[in-house]
Design a protein around this ligand. Sequence first.
Ligand code: HEM
Length: 461
Amino acid sequence: MVIEPSANSLSPGKRPPALTRTRLCPPLLLWQMMYRPLEFLVDVGRQHDVVRLGWMGAPFYLVTQPELVKQMLGDTRRFLKGTIFKKLQMVLGKGLVTLDGQAWIDARRRIQQAFRPGLMPRQQAIVIRHTRELIERLQKSSSLEAVDLDTMTTELMLRIALELLFGASPDLIDLEETRHAVDECNDYARYRIWSMTPERWNTPRKRRFVAALDVLEAIVARVIAQRRSESKAERAERCDVLSLLFEAGFEGVELRDHVMTMFVAGHETTAGSVAFLLGLLARHPQVQQRLYEEIEPSPEWTVPLQAVPVTEAVWKETLRLYPSVPILDRLAAREVQLGEYAIPAGANLIWSPYVMHRKYCPDAERFDPGRFLGESTPTGGWFIPFGEGPRMCIGKSLADMEGLTISALLTRAFEITPADGADMTVRPMITLRPSNGFAARLQPRQTPASIRARPSATSIK
Ligand code: HEM
């Protein structure tokens, strides 16, 4: 990647405003980004469409105006993946999430085939089977015991991702060890983005990261080894991500990077989102009842997704409040005009679904799935949990199907109540995860007939 250095020869547009007062002081800024990035960016983003947050090697900005974000995400030649993604390479390597240019175009074209609509019923069957197995395990354990929702959904999504993306069995990994390893890597990558300490320092945090990465490397190696000897016909029949990567001739580090990327991106995001959704349902019993009434009549719950508007509205409202990837960025490859602003080459531009979902949504902190029902669906282009433009999430349809299917099956089987009564708080890592996992009680439901005899719950609209 070549950046044309011309920071002092800006085009006719005006410079974006800069943060004022002590806020611009680099250590303070880094502290904000390290310890309270979401609150800080929401606060600043509410006041500005484009604002210069600071200067660290090159200027970096926050862009919140939907049209400008759209313009930036639509132009993959002028706006490349930024510093956040460069740091992510320490875990993901150069996979679909972090690549730019022709290498990204080629890989996206190949891998896209594993997400074509025709494969959805087969993929949903995998999701349903694993969720049913989870439900059986939960029903056998004591219903009074509190469950950690984040642990539960992460282990479920690990099982699903392994089979659905790579045709691998969950026996291949230790679920708990894997969960911790992903968490450790996620946390360290975020720390490195904003830390001023040199990367070469061998701190305890770094040693934990290296050990965690070793765990993930070993998993990726086992996943690849298990399938390497398959015939062409077997790969064509499966048509999962790993088959396509083999058929495309990816080998060595390239293959490792693609598998690692899909493994991490393919389970963590959805796991967090479903945990948030269940946590919200536990705290909003009327919404939970409304969702239950929608899905209860169907004994073999499957898509069509359009037939479950309430479930879909709850899923979208969850992604609005807790978008899995809350803070992302781009790097200006050359001097560019963004709306009325001149952005110098090499600038880093942060965009944040978390900020946009709060800045433009009325009464933004309130959980209200009614926003996504009927004609009240938000307009204005600010709802972008999966991004926008050519680099929009490749797994969007899959994630939607997984989120709806798992939420529906679990809500059909259990009444979910909070076990700790605490507020829902978040850990802003690279992905957004619940703090302390959200403890909940999953009480097996009464028989459907007796439920049907109950008076209907209040509408959520
Ligand atoms: C609720 C679930 C998910 C959310 C909210 C989400 C969000 C996102 C976002 C915002 C991006 C855009 C990044 C950018 O433009 O810089 C993205 C990209 C990506 N996502 Fe997801 N994601 C989810 C689930 C998944 C799943 C299930 C997979 C894979 C099975 C996946 C794989 C990817 C990949 C590979 C990219 C990079 C695409 C490219 O640059 O061509 N994601 N995701």
